[in-house]
Design a protein around this ligand. Structure first.
Ligand code: HAS
Length: 536
């Protein structure tokens, strides 16, 4: 509950910043009291992209592990230590941003320089999250010792994979923060290797998006079937898709740097091919979800080509919110394929199309699934009930979120195709013709963003009600079972050492030569630049 409550505080602050951004970009609003646009944008990205997600995920995963394999008192105490380290780090980073000393956006690209406390704070958040990794691994390890020759519970297996991916991925950004950013921001190093820092960031940055997605997939594979009255379609398929995510999430970061000079084209191309490999487990997930819905519907007697759709519990917000998340991932994923296509990337890179893409993927698919989880997890943890009226309000919330995001993200995609830039405040660009084309879409983003802010307020109201005021009772922790006649899951799916070895081999293959190249042929380092100018 502590992790999840922190995530909801982040939702409010980050959402408010989002509202300010779309209003500024409409060209009809100026920030008061000298507040800077990029300061607001940094709060938005860091608080929503890094803080809300990490806290919600770590909290949710503890709940899954506690339920499936148990948590001891010692593990709980260590988990608290992780919480406090993460929180001290978050507060440190937040203070620097709020004081205007770290307007570097969530990607903190060098040579933009932030106050050292910003980077130290981020390093603490990572260290705190590593503690969660160790606790989760230990939880499964202890369970396995007590249950030799049994397969691990599906959700515990998934959590352990997600944390393995997170741990390996964060090593890159931790290395960059410790050895590049902190000495440079403290003044011990005069310059920084910009290309190396960005390459290490994206080594982490792409698996980061799957660290957000996989907990949503955990809910889709193992919780949604229970909510709709069905069974898990295939335990083996679910595990295999997670193993594939572990393999292919990391050696693909260069697809964020396709326009970056200084990186060899061959390695960019190889990583593009690997990116298309990481699409496969998502396609397996789509297949599996369709199968779950159809099989459950047909078992309940609904026939016809699409008749089984009728059985789905449309009026149950625990289902509706994640389901809309799934629908959004169809265009969201397609947009990802466009981004990853080497040539098409040159059209969309650094345009607001990309912002549209991640508002469909993380801010709709993932966040709506997290809301879907909140409706049962919070009352379950606080010993309360999701009442009919809260369920109804949840449905209204989902509709507002969907409407706002469709308008905002749709407009972002279109404006991006007309060349509208991302990461930029409002500008008339000296009155160029294109700006006239963008106006309507920027206004649409402001309308969509305002609707979204209303949705955030409704969600916060629901969260507070479920946490403190809903009637006392017992809310189910819905975990689905396998089909009775399911084929047994092969034990080789748990060959952890082999999976980790393959993951490391793929990373070494995809990154050794490009990184050696970047270091050997390093560009001249850059002195720090701070925003606003003169803020060094
Ligand atoms: Fe992405 C940029 C490529 C997925 C997030 N992405 C971003 C950024 C973010 C982000 C935050 O290759 C911006 C980073 C920045 O600040 O610069 N992305 C991909 C690809 C995928 C992908 C290939 N992205 C995600 C996910 C994200 C996310 C997931 C967050 C959670 N992305 C890119 C690229 C860039 C990029 C380039 C760099 C662009 C640039 O130039 O800067 C794939 O994983 C997508 C595969 C997904 C699918 C969809 C499967 C569909 C499913 C739903 C099924 C529906 C059902 C409903 C079951 C193929 C699973 C049933 C319906 C009934 C009617 C019954």
């Amino acid at each position: 509950m502590s992790f999840i409550s922190f995530a909801f505080i982040a939702l409010f602050i980050g959402g408010l910043m989002g509202l300010l951004q779309v209003l500024v970009r409409s060209g009809h609003f100026t920030l008061p009291a000298g507040i800077d646009y990029y300061q607001v944008l940094t709060v938005h990205g860091v608080i929503l992209g890094l803080v809300l997600t990490t806290y919600f995920i770590v909290g949710f995963q503890y709940a899954l592990m506690g339920k499936t394999v148990g948590i001891s008192d010692t593990q709980r105490r260590v988990a608290w230590l992780g919480f406090w380290i993460m929180t001290i780090g978050t507060v440190m980073a937040a203070i620097t941003v709020l004081y205007g000393k770290a307007s570097v956006l969530y990607t903190f690209y060098a040579p933009l320089k932030a106050h050292p406390a910003f980077y130290i704070g981020l390093a603490l958040v990572i260290v705190g999250s590593w503690i969660a990794c160790f606790v989760n691994w230990r939880q499964l390890y202890i369970w396995k010792k007590k249950h030799p020759n049994e397969k691990s519970p599906l959700l515990a297996f998934m959590v352990v994979i997600n944390m393995a991916m997170w741990f390996i991925a964060t090593l890159g950004v931790a290395g960059s923060v410790l050895f590049q950013f902190i000495p440079w921001s403290l003044g011990y190093a005069a310059t920084i290797d910009v290309l190396l820092s960005r390459t290490l960031f994206w080594y982490f940055g792409h698996p980061l998006v799957y660290f957000w997605l996989l907990p949503a997939y955990m809910a889709w594979y193992a919780i949604i079937p229970k909510i709709i009255g069905g069974k898990i379609f295939s335990d083996s398929l679910a595990r295999l898709s997670f193993v594939l995510f572990l393999f292919f999430s990391i050696p693909v970061g260069l697809h964020h740097q396709l326009t970056e000079p200084g990186l060899d084209t061959t390695w960019k191309f190889i990583q593009v091919v690997l990116t298309f490999m990481v699409v496969i487990p998502s396609l397996m997930t789509a297949f599996s979800m369709f199968a779950t819905f159809e099989i459950t519907g047909r078992k309940k007697g609904y026939g016809g080509l699409f008749g089984w759709l009728k059985h789905l519990p449309w009026k149950d917000v625990r289902f509706l919110a994640p389901f809309i998340g799934m629908l959004a991932f169809i265009p969201g994923g397609a947009g990802g394929l466009i981004n990853a296509s080497y040539q098409l990337n040159t059209v969309v890179h650094n345009t607001i199309w990309v912002t549209g893409h991640f508002h469909l993927t993380v801010a709709t698919t993932v966040v709506l699934t997290f809301f879907g989880i909140t409706y049962w997890l919070v009352p379950h943890l606080t010993g309360r009930k999701l009442t009919k009226s809260m369920n109804r309000l949840g449905i209204i919330q989902t509709i507002f979120w969907t409407l706002g995001m469709t308008i905002m993200s749709g407009a972002m995609h279109i404006q991006g195709l007309f060349g509208g830039p991302r990461r930029s405040a409002y500008s008339e660009y000296n009155g160029t013709e294109q700006v006239a084309e963008w106006g309507a879409y920027q206004m649409a983003q402001a309308i969509g963003g305002s609707i979204l802010f209303i949705a955030i307020i409704i969600m916060l109201y629901i969260f507070i009600k479920l946490a403190f005021f809903a009637p006392k009772g017992e809310e189910e922790f819905p975990i689905a079972e396998e089909e009775i006649d399911a084929e047994p899951t092969p034990m080789w799916l748990e060959r952890w050492k082999l999976w980790i070895a393959i993951t490391i081999a793929l990373i070494l293959f995809a990154y050794t030569i490009p990184i050696a190249d970047v270091i050997q042929n390093a560009p001249p380092g850059s002195a720090p630049f701070a925003w606003p100018i003169g803020n060094n």
